[in-house]
Design a protein around this ligand. Sequence first.
Ligand code: T1G
Ligand code: NAD
Length: 699
Amino acid sequence: MTDPVRYSVQDGIAVIAVDNPPVNALSQAVRAGLAEAVARLSGDDQARAGVIYGAGRTFIAGADIREFGKPMAEPFLPDVIAAIEACEKPVVAALHGTALGGGLEVALGCHARVALASAKVGLPEVTLGILPGAGGTQRLPRIAGAAAALDLITSGRHVAAVEALKLGIVDAVVDGDDPLAAGLAHARRLADGEATGRRSGEIDPGAKDEALFADWRAKTKKSARGQISPMVAIDAIEAAYDLPFNEGMARERELFKELMASDQRAGLIHAFFAERAVAKIPEAEAASPREVASIGVIGGGTMGSGIAVAALNAGLPVTLVERDEASVERARGIVSKLLDDGVRRGKLSEARRDQILSRDFSTATDYSALAETDLVIEAVFEDMDVKKDVFRRLDGIAKAGAILATNTSYLDVNEIAAATSRPQDVIGFHFFSPAHVMRLLEVVVADKTAADVVATGFALAKKLRKVAVRAGVCDGFIGNRLLNTYRKAADYMVEDGASPYQIDAALVAFGFPMGPFAVSDLAGLDIAWAGRKRRAATRDPRERTVGIADRICERGWFGQKTGRGYYLYEPGARRGSPDPEVEAIIAAEREAKGIVPRSFTDEEIVSRYMAAMINEAAKIVEEGIALRPLDVDVTMLAGYGFPRWRGGPMQYADRLGLDTVLAELRRLSAEDGFFWEPAPLLVRLADEGQTFASLNERD
Ligand code: T1G
Ligand code: NAD
C-alpha cells in the first residue's frame, strides 16, 4: 500500500498528494497525513508555498463515510483544516474531479483554489442526513455570501467549476487535465506576490440578511419534506453571522454531532451504500456485458416513448416500431415533446435535440427495421398473447446475440421467453413511468436468462443513469408485488372505516410524496382493475377482497385522465379534492358487508401499511426474488417514493425492531386473518434477535 498522503518539493513548492483510492476520502490516515504534511511545509526551508491535490481521478470526495457511526479518531478534520489555514506559507488547493464535503472544506481552508474546468464542487452532507462539519457552514458564507451558502448547503448540489468561479468559491479555472501543474503555477504566483491568498476564517461575513434567512427557512421546510438536516444546516450557516468565527465553528460542531446521532443519518447512509451495493450481483461477477450500440423499442405509448428518450439522451440511437403509420406519428409526437421539455428545462441543447430527431431516432412499422439492433425493448400492451406474438416475430428477425427485453409490469417472463427459440437472450427490463425520469430499472432474470445478458442490463442502467435492481420472476417482481400488497392493506383500512383521504394524508406525513389513492388516480385505476380481473381465477380463497375500487371503475372513473377517481379533478389539475360520491360508494360497500366503520389514528394507518409492506418484502427475500433486503430498499426508494431518509422498508423495520413488527403482524392476523400471517423469515430473524441488515452481506 502506498502512503495515503505524499510530500515532495518541486522547484520550491511543496506538493502534497492525497492518494487514497478510489475517491481520496478523508480517512484517519489521510487526516493524519495532511496534518503532518502541513507541519512539514511550515518548517521546510526548501518550500515557499504548497499545493494540495488528489492523485488519480479526483480531488477529495469528502469524509470517509464508512467511519460514520464509529467513534472518531484523531486528528479531527476541523483541526487539520485550521492548521492548513494557519500555515504562514500560502497553500493552494488544486481541484479536479469532485471536491465534495470535507474535500471542499479542505479547499476552503487553503489560501486559494484553482480548478480544472471539468471539476465540480459541493457540500452534499445534507443528502447524507448531516451538515458540513469541518467549517463549511462558516467558511463558505464568508467566501461566497449567504445566498450561495444557503443554496449549496441546503440542496447539496454539485456546482461546475465555471459557476464556482462566478460565486467566488474558486479563484481560477484552468483548461486541461493537469491539476498539479495548475496548482503549482498558482502557488508560484502567490509566493512571488503576483496574487494574494486569503484565510477564509478571517473574512468579515458582513451583516446578516434576516429576510433572506426567513425566506430560505420557509422554502426549505417545504422542499425538505420531513428531512431535518437541511433545516439544521440553516441554523449552522446563521451562526456565521451571529457569532465570531471560533464560536460559529463550535456551534457547527454541536449541530453536526446531533445530526450524526440521528436515525435520518443512518437511513440516508444506508441508502447511499445500498444504491451502490445493488450492482454487486453474481452475474456481473461471472460475465462481461454484451456490446450495445443500438436500441430497438417496440410500442411507442407511454412507456416505449419514455424508454426511447432515456436511451437517446444517453447517446444511443433508437429505432421504434409501432403497429401502423398513425401510431408511429403519435409516438414521434410524444418523443419530440419529451425532448422539447428537456430543452425547456435546460437539460438538452436545441442543436442536440435536432440531431437526435434527424439522425439518432428512427421509426418503422416493419419489424425488419430491428434486424441489426443489439438490444430490443418491448413495451406493447400488457397482454400475454400480444407479447408472445411480438417475441415470436422478433425471434424471426433479430440477429444472433441480440438481447430481447420485455417491459412487462407483471407477466411471466419465462413464458414470454419460451415463445422464442433463444430464451437465454430474453430478460425483463421493468422501467418506471415516466421512463426518461424515474431512476429505477428492475432487471428481471428469468430461468434461462444468460449471465452476460443480466450484466448487460446493469451496464445499460448505468449508461442511462439509472439504478438497476436484480429481481426474480413472480407476479409483479419486487416493486409491484409490494405495491399490490400494501395497496390491499390500505383498501382493508378504507373498508373498515378510514377514508382514503386520511390514509393519503397520513402517508404523506410519513414522507411519501403522494398517498396510495392519489397514486392510483395518477396511474389510472383501470390498470389495477385489469390486474384484479386477471388474478380472480387464481386468487387464494382465504384472501379478503374489497369491491370499492371495482365500483369506482364500473362508473368509468379511472383517475386523473377521466377527471375523477378517488378524488375529483378540475380540468387539467394534478391535485384533486375529496369526492362525496366516492365516500357514499365506500359507505354502501361497508353496509353491504355489515361492517360498522371504526376510526383509525394516523399512527395505526402507518403501522398497518408498513407491516404489510415489510411482511411481503420478507417473503420476497426468502423466495430469492430479491437477492438481499437492501435490493428491496433500493426498489422502494428509487421507484416508489419511499422517503429516502427512512432508508427503505427493511432498514425502517430494523430500526423499529423486528420483534415489534412481528408483534403487530400477529395481532393483526388474529384480528383480520390470513393476509397478515407473518413471513417465516421475519419470525426466524425476530426469534434470533437478528436484523434484515444481517442478510445484506453476500459472499
Ligand atoms: N467515503 C467512503 N467511500 C466512498 C465515499 C466516501 N465519501 N464516496 C464514494 N465512496 C466509495 C463508494 O462507496 C464506491 O465504493 C466507490 O467509492 C466509488 O464511488 C466532514 C462529514 C465521489 C461523486 O457525500 O458522491 O465530508 O461500491 O461508485 O460514480 O463535512 O461517490 O466501489 O465499494 O459513487 O465515480 C461528503 C459521496 C461526505 C460524496 C464518485 N461526500 N460520494 O462517484 O463512484 S460527508 C460525499 C459521491 C463529509 C464533512 C462531512 C460519489 C462520487 P464501492 P461511486 P462515482
Ligand atoms: P400504452 O398503451 O401507452 O402503449 C402501448 C403501445 O404499444 C401502443 O402505442 C400500441 O400502439 C403499441 N403496440 C401494441 N401492440 C403492438 C405491436 N404488436 N407492435 C408494435 N406496437 C404495438 O402502454 P404503456 O403504458 O406504455 O405500457 C406498455 C408496457 O409497459 C406494458 O407491458 C405495461 O405493463 C408496461 N409498464 C407500464 C407502466 C406505466 O406506468 N404505464 C410502467 C411500467 C411498465
